[in-house]
Design a protein. Structure first.
Length: 348
């Protein structure tokens, strides 16, 4: 059997979680910086797109996330024997997973129904992608503004309470996401070695028109040379994301690379959802990646036949460019012209 490798979540410090009572989004700078409201104002909100957040799970009862879940219709309703399909301990839809109504947990040897967030990381990432709101302008507000508020999240856990998980379990989660129709997969985790199985699985996504978004990692390293996986794989379906922070500079912790890191997005002091109906700040390329996953959902919702390469190129073209951004596009994501750019690339 192939050797399995461990990976870990990519926030800078888990101690950076500050779930503040009465937190407001006075410094809700991420959505404002990327000008996502230019798309919201045109009713481009990610409708019809499923984003799989392959992470530590998600608080499925969070007020801003409970309506955002990609539920499995095959595990819903009465089972005809007095039970409810979502919790009757039966694989009602025959897909090999029992009671996979609201995501699934692949963190153990035996996969099981998702019981929430094994940690807090996945809930924070999920909120950046798609926390529910009806805003048309990015603004300060006492709630989280998800990038793609009409998209649905498929919460898939493979990271445990310590934020670590195995590549073998990640692969099974990715395969499940594909089977459930995800068009975007967010991977805010990484490790220093890569299994051939993970490489092949991500390599298979381009032909299925699935965008795979990876966090670049937080080692202040050039991952063109100092490999981080899956970030360094540079496969056709991939968009690898580094982080910006204060004053729009590349964050001091962010990995970079003119070949394998494609674009930067906000990553420092990002406020998002936390378990228990909370909000709080986290920093890291883990937070930057879901901005790009949300953006990919917006673009695919508007142009469903776009390929990962076309989505990536549209983000390159619309980015705010600076020689100081050490990535393939020399860019930090800006969505003001992204949809027009995608239409021009796709040709309709």
């Amino acid at each position: 059997a192939e050797h399995d490798y461990m990976v870990s979540a990519k926030p800078v410090e888990s101690s950076d979680v500050r779930a503040m009572d009465g937190l407001t989004q006075a410094d809700n700078w991420g959505p404002q910086k990327i000008e996502v409201d230019k798309l919201w104002a045109n009713n481009v909100r990610g409708a019809g797109i499923v984003v799989a957040v392959v992470d530590s799970g998600m608080d499925t009862t969070h007020p801003q996330l409970q309506n955002q879940i990609a539920f499995n219709a095959g595990e819903f309703g009465s089972d005809g024997h007095g039970g409810q399909k979502q919790n009757n301990h039966i694989d009602d839809d025959g897909n090999g997973y029992v009671d996979d109504y609201a995501g699934y947990d692949f963190s153990d040897i035996n996969p099981k129904p998702l019981a929430g967030d094994n940690q807090h990381h996945g809930t924070h990432v999920s909120g950046i992608v798609a926390a529910e709101h009806s805003d048309t302008t990015a603004k300060s507000a006492p709630y989280v503004e998800g990038v793609a508020p009409a998209a649905k999240i498929l919460p898939l856990a493979f990271l445990d309470k310590n934020g670590s998980g195995s590549m073998a379990h990640a692969v099974v989660a990715i395969q499940y996401a594909v089977a459930r129709g995800a068009r975007v997969i967010n991977a805010s985790w990484g490790g220093s070695q890569c299994s051939q199985t993970l490489k092949e699985e991500i390599g298979s996504l381009e032909a299925k028109k699935i965008v795979f978004v990876a966090a670049a990692g937080n080692d202040s390293s050039n991952v063109d040379f100092s490999m981080e996986y899956p970030a360094s794989l540079n496969l056709g379906a991939m968009i690898t994301v580094g982080a910006t922070g204060d004053h729009d500079y590349m964050a001091n912790y962010s990995n970079y690379g003119s070949r394998t890191v494609h674009i930067f997005a906000p990553g420092t002091n990002i406020v998002s959802t936390l378990p228990g109906g909370q909000m709080g700040y986290l920093s890291g390329t883990s937070m930057a990646a879901p901005f790009v996953s949300g953006a990919s959902a917006l673009l695919l919702g508007a142009v469903p036949d776009a390929t990962p390469a076309q989505v990536r190129q549209a983000l390159y073209n619309s980015a705010f460019h600076s020689m100081n951004y050490l990535n393939a596009s020399q860019g930090r994501m800006d969505l003001a012209s992204a949809l027009n750019d995608l239409h021009a690339i796709v040709g309709h």
